[in-house]
Write a protein that binds this ligand. Structure first.
Ligand SMILES: N[C@@H](CCC(=O)N[C@@H](CS)C(=O)NCC(=O)O)C(=O)O
Length: 208
């Protein structure tokens, strides 16, 4: 069994989405970010960075508790390797999956996150909002280029790279205020992922 500590956010939905695709059983623990449960000492023992998502994989021995993992990219990679799916086995496909996974955790996540933060909390600070929104659009254009020529980010297979990027692109218009019209291939890809049965199950579980 895997314990998943998460919330209904772009980073938080990644892990239930992956586990639903894999058919691996898990228990959801919804963390109330507004109540700052992610900063509680009991949670910091699982993720010293005090953020969601995090997991405890009780199928992997590590002391008495099982293996705790934080950082969504590390969790997705652990699950793909341990449970043998959502990452291509061939060298080219695997490296493409890793590229777009790292691209998300180092680029899309931080830039979209900051753009959304400035939009919500400091919309008058034009230099901040403009900087992060433009960078978000630039990164989206990279995804657009890839998805114009490939059905999925890793190539022909749906993978952890798609799952990692999906949550942020899904909320780009609503959260970041981004104009999605220059990114039709990204929009088609978002719609295709949203229509997957595993995605629908994960999103339903998160809001139940
Ligand atoms: N790089 C981290 C980012 C995690 C992250 O920023 N999580 C947000 C929710 S999407 C969070 O926990 N925010 C609450 C906080 O910072 O206290 C990952 O990919 O796991």
């Amino acid at each position: 069994m895997i314990d998943v500590y998460t919330a209904n956010t772009p980073n938080g939905i990644k892990i239930p989405m992956a586990l639903e695709e894999m058919g691996v059983p898990y228990t959801l623990h919804m963390v109330d970010l507004g109540m700052r449960e992610q900063k509680a000492p009991s949670f910091l023992r699982i993720n010293p960075n005090g953020r969601i998502p995090a997991i405890v994989d009780r199928n992997v021995p590590d002391g008495e508790q099982g293996l705790s993992v934080f950082e969504s990219g590390a969790i997705l990679l652990h699950l793909a390797e341990r449970y043998g799916s959502l990452i291509p086995q061939d060298t080219v496909g695997r490296i493409r999956a890793l590229e777009y996974l790292f691209f998300q955790v180092s680029g899309i996540g931080p830039m979209f996150g900051q753009a959304g933060w400035f939009r919500r909390h400091a919309p008058d600070v034009a230099v901040g909002l403009t900087r992060y929104r433009e960078e978000s659009a630039r990164l989206s254009a990279v995804l657009e280029g890839r998805l114009q020529t490939s059905p999925w980010l890793a190539g022909s297979e749906y993978s952890i790279a798609d799952i990692a990027n999906f949550g942020w692109l899904r909320v780009a218009a609503a959260y970041v205020g981004m104009d999605m019209s220059p990114f039709p291939a990204v929009q088609r890809w978002v719609d295709a992922i949203e229509a997957r049965a595993a995605t629908r199950r994960a999103l339903k579980a998160m809001t139940a």
